[in-house]
Design a protein. Structure first.
Length: 153
């Protein structure tokens, strides 16, 4: 099983920092309008969010694995709810790479696999170096093309 680049933890933690800043700012702003609102609440709650968020990011990183098998892409992930996804190559419509601003800053990208299906039929593999993402995209595309010919009658 393959794992993600460790720098993806930084990308995920930036999301935790953003959430903490929003909630902390909201609490601090609310303190100005509510006289009985204790100052310590506007400090403690953001600290708790940082600790819990940081722990969640570490556990999420440890749980994320994927593997390219003979006829499918296999993914395992999830902290509280373990999710196992099997994407048969014959169901793959197309494969994209994407790099958001935070990912570009730390030198990472993601691969998005779009599949034929009715509900949210796409799978994202985050935390890949751009070269690894391009190689994975090319490999998945080629395996999907090969499976079309094998599946044809």
């Amino acid at each position: 099983m393959e794992t993600l680049d460790s720098r993806v933890r930084l990308v995920w933690f930036v999301g935790v920092l953003f959430t903490t800043a929003l909630i902390g700012g909201g609490l601090f702003g609310a303190r100005r309008f509510v006289a009985d609102f204790a100052v310590w609440i506007s400090v403690v709650i953001p600290l708790v969010i940082l600790v819990v968020g940081g722990t969640y990011v570490a556990l999420k990183y440890r749980s994320w694995q994927f593997e390219i098998r003979d006829d499918n892409l296999y993914l395992e992930r999830g902290v509280f709810t373990r999710v196992t996804t099997v994407v048969p190559f014959v169901r793959v419509q197309h494969v994209d790479t994407q790099r958001g601003p935070i990912e570009r800053l730390v030198g990472l990208g993601s691969v998005v696999v779009y599949t034929a299906g009715s509900r949210g039929a796409d799978v994202t593999i985050p935390g890949l170096t751009p070269e690894r993402a391009s190689n994975l995209q090319r490999r998945l595309r080629n395996l999907a093309i090969e499976s079309e010919y094998e599946d044809a009658v």
